[in-house]
Design a protein around this ligand. Structure first.
Ligand code: TMP
Length: 391
């Protein structure tokens, strides 16, 4: 059997399903399998994208300095190195990347209406649609082909990757490049950061797995670089297989070698990972229960989608974490999915009687710890990545 299950995180609600009023909450079973033929991991029960990516989507890419800087540097790099005459972004969110490109030669595709409206108002033609082969044909008719196609934290959200990559091939110019960034399966395994797994991530990509998939659609990876964002991501650079001008870079070979050496292609690695996930739950509950018995007040810093997986898998409710603080206005005044922990603004929640702050947004540890130096002076941070500890 090429596809074998290795992880079951139980009943979960929508990871970004923060609610003002608790009603009709949807739950599904979150489990993943390893496909040893394609060398990919895949969610067993994939939800229809329209349930998650709608006109009230709450995650803003420009909500942190880290991500604003990241996309600015990326845009400058692509502009200087590849000098694209035209740019298409798939999943443009609130325009954090696209705003660095010319409005006349850049277009966007974004399924969430609230964000499509933002980039349209900024002056970028934005298709308020999901990325499909059908849309790609329409785009080619209206705009011709593109020299740079960019997509960050979006391709791993799409259930049908065959359709996705065929559509990319359709709109990519013959000498163009397709660049996409998504969380790295290898980094997740190495850090036991199982909270990367939730409804919006039907896939976690290895470079080996992507290479296999892309080949089937006339596309080839020519370079890969590691990124620190989102807890460890890969930037994958792709060209048409017919393009002989662009040569394969060492980054691709290094990544394939590293993945193989570290066991990403072996099912046993995933069994080890699932054991580490269980251990992480045990340790996190142990620490939180100890803090509770000694009357310490624990709150969560960052109502990240990732926390939904942790809280629901571990059974962490308000008796263990009193509330979450988050700077996203749309999340403030809501309760967290499944466990219904209240979310408040940092101004309201970062008060004197807090003892410990659980780093739900651990991927922004540097930015958050620096920002809260004064407030956190006599308090402690609690993290579960790469293992549970107070820092
Ligand atoms: P993410 O890990 O999915 O990017 O989500 C991070 C969440 O943390 C997001 O809701 C914004 C929030 N956040 C803060 O509240 N304060 C901060 O300083 C940072 C960096 C993020």
């Amino acid at each position: 059997m090429p596809v074998k299950r290795f992880l079951d995180l139980g009943k979960q609600p929508l990871a970004n399903g923060f609610m003002r009023e608790v009603k009709n909450e949807l739950f599904y079973n979150l489990s993943y399998s390893f496909d040893s033929k394609l060398k990919l991991i895949k969610m067993d029960e994939i939800l229809p994208p329209a349930i998650m990516f709608n006109d009230n989507y709450v995650y803003h890419s420009s909500g942190s300095q880290t991500m604003r800087d990241h996309f600015k540097v990326a845009a400058e790099l692509f502009r200087d190195k590849y000098k694209p005459n035209s740019v298409l972004e798939i999943g443009s969110n609130d325009g954090v990347f696209i705003k660095h490109f010319d409005k006349q030669t850049t277009i966007a595709v974004e399924p969430c209406g609230n964000f499509a409206e933002i980039t349209n108002n900024m002056g970028y033609t934005t298709y308020h649609r999901f990325w499909t082969k059908e849309l790609s044909r329409e785009i080619v008719k209206n705009h011709d082909k593109f020299d740079l196609i960019f997509s960050a934290n979006c391709i791993c959200h799409i259930p049908d990757l065959d359709d996705t990559f065929e559509a990319i091939h359709e709109v990519l110019s013959d000498n163009g490049i397709f660049v996409f960034e998504d969380p790295s399966l290898l980094r997740m395994i190495l850090r036991s950061s199982y909270d990367q797994l939730y409804d919006e991530h039907p896939w976690m990509f290895s470079v080996a797995g992507l290479s296999n998939l892309l080949k089937g659609h006339g596309l080839e990876i020519f370079d890969v670089s590691s990124l620190d964002v989102h807890g460890g991501s890969n930037r994958i650079l792709v060209k048409k297989a017919s393009n002989r001008e662009i040569k394969t870079e060492i980054g691709l070979l290094n990544h394939l070698f590293m993945e193989d050496e570290l066991g990403i292609n072996d099912f046993e690695s995933y069994i080890m990972f699932s054991k580490k996930v269980e251990e992480s739950r045990f340790q996190l509950l142990r620490v939180l229960n100890e803090l509770k018995s000694s009357d310490k007040k624990v709150i969560g810093y960052g109502a990240a989608a990732k926390t939904t997986t942790i809280f629901n898998y571990c059974g962490i409710d308000r008796s263990l974490i009193s509330y979450l603080v988050d700077n996203t206005i749309d999340k403030q005044g809501t309760v967290s999915p499944g466990m219904h922990i209240p979310v408040v603004s940092p101004e309201e929640g970062l008060i004197a009687d807090v003892d410990v702050m659980f780093l739900g947004a651990w991927n922004f540890t540097k930015e958050i710890v620096e920002k809260e130096q004064v407030y956190a002076k006599n308090k402690r941070w609690l993290t579960h990545v790469p293992f549970v500890r107070c820092i």
